[in-house]
Design a protein around this ligand. Structure first.
Ligand code: NDP
Length: 311
């Protein structure tokens, strides 16, 4: 049995660096890269960012695809994915902390009128403007899993009124939790800021269409760090033009990198960050080593994906 690391990326950690880090977490593991593959029949687990056709055709004894990240939609939708293939994802603390901070940072920018004050400074103009008081501000968090739960707790600790929304019922101290599709518009209608951190699944794709955007509070802010396909971007631009919502902050877009001719770049109501909210992997590679050991021992995997549910 062997674990193959194959990200195919040139602008991130190299496969050799990832392999070294996995070996350091659990010395003695048989961890390979495409350069040191040897007998492909021995590979039972592969760690990837995206699954390629050749992973499935050239590794006949593959049992587990480990996503080096959280979103597994492109793996699950691979047309040649066999029914028996198991999928696991990562749930490290570092990106959850980073994404919660990203939401907080952009919410505070609005609360404190930062863009207004920067513009006034450019004009050498002393222009007092009242900040918005956080205890009177309602923030909704859509998705209360690993990242959303942490985001909701952080926002509550800072002093916001926090509403949460998920598929199944949740209890989080200080957070009013809703669940189920029927409660989404009621939740949105109360929020000054909406933080979306949902997976891409058949149920969530296009969830923010024209009708759902119209349920938001006029002038409110929509922040998305989950997946870009949650939002119908054409409908978003039309909705922003009407002022409901008033602003969107997007770390993810339906096409990444966002094409230079996308109207999102130039729209005054849109702020874009290039998928950087959850930058650091932290100790995530220890989870990869642990999953290889669990697979080998036949014990339950860490963060195995429910293929039917889609996350
Ligand atoms: P989790 O699986 O821990 O949580 C997902 C949450 O979404 C759960 O609370 C789940 O509800 C909820 N959910 C899923 N489907 C629905 C639905 N149809 N209606 C209502 N709620 C739903 O995932 P994470 O928090 O770890 O990550 C969430 C997503 O964030 C990832 O799938 C990935 O796409 C994205 N991501 C983005 C990153 C970035 O850098 N921008 C980095 C990491 C992740 P329930 O609890 O009831 O199951």
């Amino acid at each position: 049995m062997a674990l193959l690391i194959d990200t195919g990326l040139s602008d991130w950690m190299s496969d050799a660096e990832i392999a070294e880090s996995v070996r350091n977490s659990a010395p003695g593991l048989d961890v390979r890269t495409p350069e040191s593959l040897g007998n492909a029949d021995e590979v039972t687990m592969i760690a990837v960012v995206g699954l390629r056709d050749d992973h499935l055709t050239q590794l006949p004894n593959l049992q587990l695809v480990q996503k080096l990240g959280a979103g597994v939609e492109t793996i699950l939708s691979h047309p040649a994915l066999p029914d028996h293939m198991r999928i696991a994802r990562l749930k490290p603390d570092a990106p959850a902390q980073g994404i919660a901070e990203w939401f907080l940072a952009y919410i505070l920018c609005t609360q404190r009128n930062m863009a207004f004050h920067e513009a006034a400074q450019q004009r050498a103009e002393w222009a007092p403007k009242a900040p918005i008081f956080s205890p009177e501000t309602v923030v909704g968090v859509l998705g209360l899993g690993h990242i959303g739960g942490r985001t909701a707790r952080m926002l509550h600790a800072v002093g916001f009124k926090v509403l949460g929304w998920s598929r199944s019922p949740k209890q989080i101290d200080g957070v009013t939790c809703y669940h189920g599709a029927d409660t989404l518009s009621e939740t949105l209608g109360q929020c000054d800021h909406v933080c979306a951190i949902l997976p891409s699944t058949p149920d969530t794709i296009g969830m923010f269409d024209a009708a759902m955007l119209a349920q938001m509070k006029p002038g409110s802010q929509l922040l998305n760090a989950g997946r870009g396909d949650l939002i119908d971007e054409t409908a978003l631009i039309a909705a922003l033009d009407r002022g409901t919502p008033g602003h969107a902050v997007l770390d993810v877009t339906s096409q990444e990198p966002l094409p230079a001719d996308s109207p999102l770049w130039q729209h005054p109501g849109v702020t874009i960050t290039p998928h950087v909210s959850g930058w650091y992997l932290g100790d995530a590679l220890a989870e990869v080593a642990q999953n290889y050991q669990n697979l080998t021992a036949g014990t339950p995997l860490l963060h195995e994906v429910d293929r039917l549910r889609g996350y």
